[in-house]
Write a protein that binds this ligand. Structure first.
Ligand SMILES: Nc1ncnc2c1ncn2[C@@H]1O[C@H](COP(=O)(O)OP(=O)(O)OP(=O)(O)O)[C@@H](O)[C@H]1O
Ligand SMILES: [Mg+2]
Length: 386
């Protein structure tokens, strides 16, 4: 489980350290930084998929994603006594992401190349990566230390050089093969690779989910939801069919779901509703109904991830469906850690009923994202490797 997430100098986040629980609910007004925090989490996930530098470049590179305000906002700037201005010692631009998990913690710092003869001079570089034991960084707890191209790992009381020429765009996790003497890297990589993000289910008229799709066992729903029929059938066969039926009748009283195998090993959804003589196919379902089924399939997965992230799951759902969705999310939070970004008051209210819900309300204050009500003492302990 993730215990702490830390982000610095990324978009509207100057510095943010947030404690995480089993069920994390991120809310806040428009522009407060919910999506920025979500993106930061995605970037962290990209480190383990080999794509953090590319993902950052696609977002507009460091120039656009780097925090546009001064490094520190003094009390006098806050009070309006002096204008907002750059700090005297700005230091090199470093975008930092990190987290503390159960056993190990990880942090990465990205910056611009100093002197580059490459045509890719705007690509950010990985400057520093560290893995340490425990939640709070201390030099003595450091296990793996990457500085520029050199990766070192602690072997008892000495440091062993694991790699000398790591490319600036490869993270530690891309080098697992050559870092075989470092089990922490492998363990953290597997942990991060099992994070699952759902933020762009497709339900438009041309969405693949509306057509029959290949029926193969699908314990994990595709991120755009295309293999919904197979995922639902997998839940019926090896997951929790009772929970699936309950989730459907909870939201659509009297409705029933059947997955029909077709010729050519394809599966079709048949949705029986009260008052109709024949079931409706996925092509005929409303956007909201289809999106609800997609969320059901995602949340009842027979193979839970280490972290399930849902970005604004309420999109297209009628408020009456939100309590049923909240029950599904709470159920999922017993199987895996959950992160939900939401605007919908009924979903928020229903999730907050759960004693395990860690509600984080964001606000923007002088341009930077802050957690409402978080004083310095409430912030989880966190130190960036210097
Ligand atoms: N490089 C940057 N430096 C500072 N602030 C930035 C930077 N890039 C974007 N922002 C700010 O981040 C804010 C957008 O935050 P974000 O998209 O996370 O909001 P949100 O909480 O998801 O809002 P919504 O509810 O509208 O989706 C904008 O107000 C924008 O001004
Ligand atoms: Mg947003």
């Amino acid at each position: 489980m993730l215990k702490t997430l830390a982000v610095a100098h990324y978009r509207s986040i100057n510095t943010l350290v947030i404690p995480l629980g089993r069920l994390n609910l991120i809310t806040g007004p428009n522009g407060s930084g919910k999506s920025n925090l979500y993106r930061a989490l995605r970037l962290l996930a990209e480190t383990a998929q080999g794509g953090v530098v590319n993902a950052l470049a696609r977002e507009g590179g460091l120039d656009s994603t780097f925090w546009a305000g001064p490094q520190t906002i003094s009390r006098r700037m806050r009070n309006g006594d002096v204008p907002i201005q750059a700090s005297v010692h700005q230091g090199p631009k470093r975008l930092r992401l990190g987290f503390a998990a159960e056993d190990f913690s990880y942090a990465i710092a990205l910056g611009l190349p100093e002197l580059s003869s490459s045509a890719f001079a705007l690509d950010p570089e990985i400057k520093r990566e560290c893995i340490w034991a425990g939640a709070v960084y201390r030099p003595a707890a450091l296990l793996v230390n990457r500085t520029g191209p050199v990766v070192r790992s602690r072997v008892e009381r000495t440091w062993e050089v694991l790699a000398q020429h790591t490319p600036t765009f490869d993270s530690l996790f891309d080098q697992v093969g050559s870092l075989s003497s470092s089990p922490e890297v492998l363990q953290l990589r597997e942990f991060i690779r099992r994070w699952r993000f759902y933020d762009h289910f497709r339900s438009d008229a041309d969405a693949p989910v509306r057509q029959p799709q290949l029926g193969t066992r699908t314990p994990v729903l595709h991120h755009d939801g295309r293999d919904l029929a197979a995922a639902l059938q997998t839940i019926l066969e090896i997951g929790d069919p009772q929970a699936l039926h309950t989730a459907i009748s909870d939201a659509f009283p009297g409705a029933r779901l059947h997955i029909q195998p077709l010729q050519g090993a394809r599966f079709a959804i048949e949705f029986y509703q009260e008052g109709l003589l024949r079931p409706l196919s996925a092509a005929e379902l409303s956007d909201g109904t289809l999106r609800y089924l997609l969320l059901v399939a995602a949340l009842l997965t027979p193979r839970p991830p280490t972290l399930m992230v849902l970005n604004e799951p309420e999109t297209s759902l009628h408020p009456d469906l939100l309590p049923a969705l909240a029950r599904l999310i709470i159920r999922a939070s017993h199987e895996c850690q959950v992160w939900v970004v939401s605007h919908a008051s009924r979903l928020i209210a229903a999730l907050q009923q759960d004693p395990g819900c860690n509600a984080i309300v964001l606000e923007k204050n002088i341009g930077q994202t802050e957690v409402v009500g978080q004083g310095i003492l409430d912030e989880p302990a966190w130190r960036w490797p210097d």
